[in-house]
Design a protein around this ligand. Structure first.
Ligand SMILES: *[C@@H]1O[C@H](CO)[C@@H](O)[C@H](O)[C@H]1NC(C)=O
Ligand SMILES: *[C@@H]1O[C@H](CO)[C@@H](O)[C@H](O)[C@H]1NC(C)=O
Ligand SMILES: *[C@@H]1O[C@H](CO)[C@@H](O)[C@H](O)[C@H]1NC(C)=O
Ligand SMILES: *[C@@H]1O[C@H](CO)[C@@H](O)[C@H](O)[C@H]1NC(C)=O
Ligand SMILES: *[C@@H]1O[C@H](CO)[C@@H](O)[C@H](O)[C@H]1NC(C)=O
Length: 264
């Protein structure tokens, strides 16, 4: 192939991947078993899907990082798991459908064969906002003595305000809930606004809204010839608090209605 042509293709690819993939998905798993798995990431109305094979060993965190996602599409993730340590329930299919937004969306409870699942959606460098669609160039910002704040706007370091970023911000000015912090943002004509920067798990102008965690549903492949009543008990008791949740939220009950045993 012509060298120039392939170079051009490479550049075009870079340009388009910059435009299209402004955010990514990161998923981590933990289990008490040795598992062979495949993660399938797809979207509701796009036939492309991405398959990521992975192995899990007991008590070790396995992280699949930087899987590109499209914020305009509902994401469907399916984890197909083969448990190499058990013969009666040797496989499981765990699915979840969610609308992507930046932050930690880990489910509150997890089920056999996992003890922890972490779901994190991050933005590529220089992209900000719930949908990673706000661009802020840190070089440009530093040229005017500012930095890109968590909202993707020109601002001062946390806690500071003023054109020279030397004055302190009082917490009273922005009335942020849920431990949000007050930050300064400069719009057009260097007009300054004091706004809330929300901690992980919260959003809204005053950080008043909770970002919902995802829900997951499991279907188990059960060999009826080897199935014992003790196995059923183990499955029901295996719905546990997700040990990898980083945002503590109140939750009333385990999602037992999401448990299905496929013994057909
Ligand atoms: C997402 O949708 C918005 C408007 O609906 C559009 O402006 C934007 O280009 C879309 N982004 C992608 C990556 O398709
Ligand atoms: C991945 O998931 C999508 C949507 O659920 C599905 O249509 C597709 O067949 C799956 N791919 C594989 C290889 O299982
Ligand atoms: C995907 O489907 C939803 C409704 O199901 C629609 O609102 C959205 O525009 C679709 N996105 C694309 C990129 O076709
Ligand atoms: C995993 O850790 C738990 C508690 O930390 C321990 O009880 C268990 O024996 C460990 N399992 C393996 C296979 O190391
Ligand atoms: C899952 O397990 C069931 C029961 O043991 C079995 O019939 C089925 O073939 C397994 N599926 C796969 C893809 O291995």
């Amino acid at each position: 192939m012509n060298h120039y042509y392939s170079l051009l293709l490479g550049v075009l690819f870079l340009v388009f991947s910059q435009v299209k993939c402004t955010g990514y998905l990161e998923v981590s798993f933990k289990s008490d078993f040795n598992l062979k798995s495949v993660l399938n990431v797809s979207s509701a109305n796009n036939s492309n899907s991405r398959l990521v094979p992975f192995l899990v060993s007991p008590n070790k965190t396995e992280t699949l990082s930087r899987i590109p996602i499209d914020f305009n599409e509902t994401v469907i993730i399916t984890v197909f798991v083969i448990n190499q340590d058990r013969l009666d329930i040797d496989n499981a299919t765990i699915t979840s459908t969610f609308i992507p937004r930046r932050g930690l969306l880990s489910p509150l409870t997890v089920m056999y064969p996992f003890t922890g699942i972490k779901i994190n959606i991050g933005c590529d460098p220089q992209y900000y906002g719930d949908q990673c669609n706000v661009f802020c160039c840190s070089e440009t910002a530093s040229r005017v003595g500012k930095e890109c704040n968590s909202l993707g706007q020109l601002g001062c370091p946390v806690g500071k305000k003023g054109l020279d970023c030397k004055q302190s911000i009082s917490k009273k000015w922005c009335k942020c809930k849920n431990k949000g912090s007050c930050i300064s943002s400069f719009g057009k004509n260097l007009h300054e606004r004091i706004q809330c920067s929300c901690p992980v798990g919260f959003t809204g102008i005053h950080c008043e809204r909770e970002v919902p965690s995802v829900e997951m549903m499991s279907v188990y492949g059960v060999d009826p010839k080897k199935f014992e009543i003790g196995t059923a008990k183990m499955l029901y008791e295996s719905v546990v608090d997700n040990e990898m949740v980083e945002v503590t939220r109140p939750h009333s009950s385990h999602l037992l209605h999401n448990l299905k045993i496929n013994d057909a």
